[in-house]
Design a protein around this ligand. Structure first.
Ligand code: NAD
Ligand code: IPM
Ligand code: MN
Length: 351
């Protein structure tokens, strides 16, 4: 098993170091090679996705990524910005299926900003399409109109086959869970998502045991806060999934708790926390590394078919939380406040 380790920017190197520590502690012979991406790629090779990094990712069995981005790059031309490196590696590796599980660890019920009874037992799988939608549609750009004013354009688009394959992923996952899929769209206004809804209904016929429902994205955003436990699997497009998964993260206590897996057709994948590079707290050893550590667990489960060690990591996280270890973002009175590295150590000790 060889994995490409791409720490990226901001808190990326700090949190990835903890996941690497945990993987090494398992002692299962994972070979790792590191390469720069995002702002770090730009600094090293003038490219947010250097050729060598892409080649390494392609030749590895899986990719572990921290996060990319820093405000200091916001003035660069768009194709040189860190975020473009992330979007490109997702596209190059054909990672169309982004799984973002919003799971509440019982110990963190009081860390959520919602009432404990609203979130207790929460276990939602958000399936976000990751290589289409307004993120990649053409035409795009900022141009100048004849009257001299500027116009910004992005194009929301999905082909039928793109919708079909993410639908199969969502229904397949639902079959292993509570057999409920809620497809989130804006079919009352946007044709792209009208097609999305049609294709979801067609694919659902192949999964008669799964109950499919539909919800407009504005209502879904509200329902996630009102009664989040009504959801089992949520499937949605790239932009709605980006927003709803950040929203859902707060149900679990913190964005620092939400891992992700981005998979291709053959479960080759890239694993990264759902949050960003958090430049506001970078370099202070206070970031929560658990989303990244839990992403490493997802890597073992989905890319290496190693359910036993994936569960070992998740149980170690549970144990560290039960022992009271908390980074600042999930801290509540009476717990043991620790930094990023100490939280990694607590998970390793719990292993
Ligand atoms: P962000 O997710 O980086 O941070 C949002 C807030 O959450 C901040 O207050 C941050 O301190 C906090 N936070 C995030 N992760 C945390 C953690 N592990 N522990 C504790 N607190 C944490 O989002 P942003 O501030 O909007 O974006 C910052 C940069 O990250 C931007 O350049 C953005 O483009 C980039 N970004 C990258 C990714 C990615 O690499 N997948 C995802 C989102 C944003
Ligand atoms: C995420 C991030 C990225 C996205 C950005 C940094 C390109 O917000 O992984 O959720 O929008 O997909
Ligand atoms: Mn996001």
């Amino acid at each position: 098993m060889k994995i490409a380790v791409l720490p990226g920017d901001g808190i990326g190197p700090e949190i990835v170091a903890q996941a690497v520590k945990v993987l090494n502690a398992l002692n299962i012979g994972i070979e790792m090679e590191e390469a720069p991406i995002g702002g770090a790629g730009y600094e090293a090779a003038g490219d947010p996705l250097p050729e060598a990094t892409l080649a390494l990712a392609k030749s590895s069995d899986a990719v572990l990524l921290g996060a990319v981005g820093d405000w200091k790059y916001d003035k660069l031309e768009r194709h040189l910005r860190p975020e473009r490196g992330l979007l490109r590696i997702r596209k190059e590796l054909n990672l169309f299926a982004n799984l973002r599980p919003a799971l509440l660890y019982p110990e963190l019920a009081s860390a959520s900003t919602l009432k404990p009874e609203v979130v207790a037992g929460l276990d939602i799988m958000i399936v976000r399409e990751l290589t289409g939608d307004i993120y990649f549609g053409q035409p795009r750009g900022i141009s100048t109109l004849e009257n001299g004013e500027r116009e910004g354009i992005n194009t929301m688009r999905y082909s039928e086959s793109e919708i079909r394959r993410i639908a199969h992923v969502a229904f397949g996952i639902a079959m292993k869970r509570n057999k409920k899929v809620c497809s989130v769209d804006k079919a009352n206004v946007l044709e792209t998502t009208e097609l999305w809804r049609q294709v979801m209904i067609e694919v659902a016929k192949e999964y008669p045991e799964v109950e499919l429902s539909h919800m407009y994205v504005d209502n879904a955003a509200m329902q996630l806060i009102r009664a989040p436990k009504q959801f089992d699997v949520m499937v949605t497009g790239n932009i709605f999934g980006d927003i709803l998964s950040d929203e859902a993260s707060m149900l679990t206590g913190s964005i620092g708790m939400l891992p992700s897996a981005s998979l291709d057709q053959n479960n080759k994948g890239m694993y990264e926390p759902s949050h960003g590079s958090a430049p506001d707290i970078a370099g202070k050893d206070i970031a929560n590394p658990l989303a990244t550590i839990l992403s490493a667990a997802m890597m073992l489960r989905y890319s290496f078919n190693d359910e036993a060690n994936a569960t070992r990591i998740e149980n170690a996280v549970k144990k560290a939380l039960a022992e009271g270890y908390r980074t600042a973002d999930i801290y509540t009175d009476g717990c043991r406040k620790v930094g990023c590295a100490a939280m990694g150590d607590a998970v390793v000790a719990a292993l």
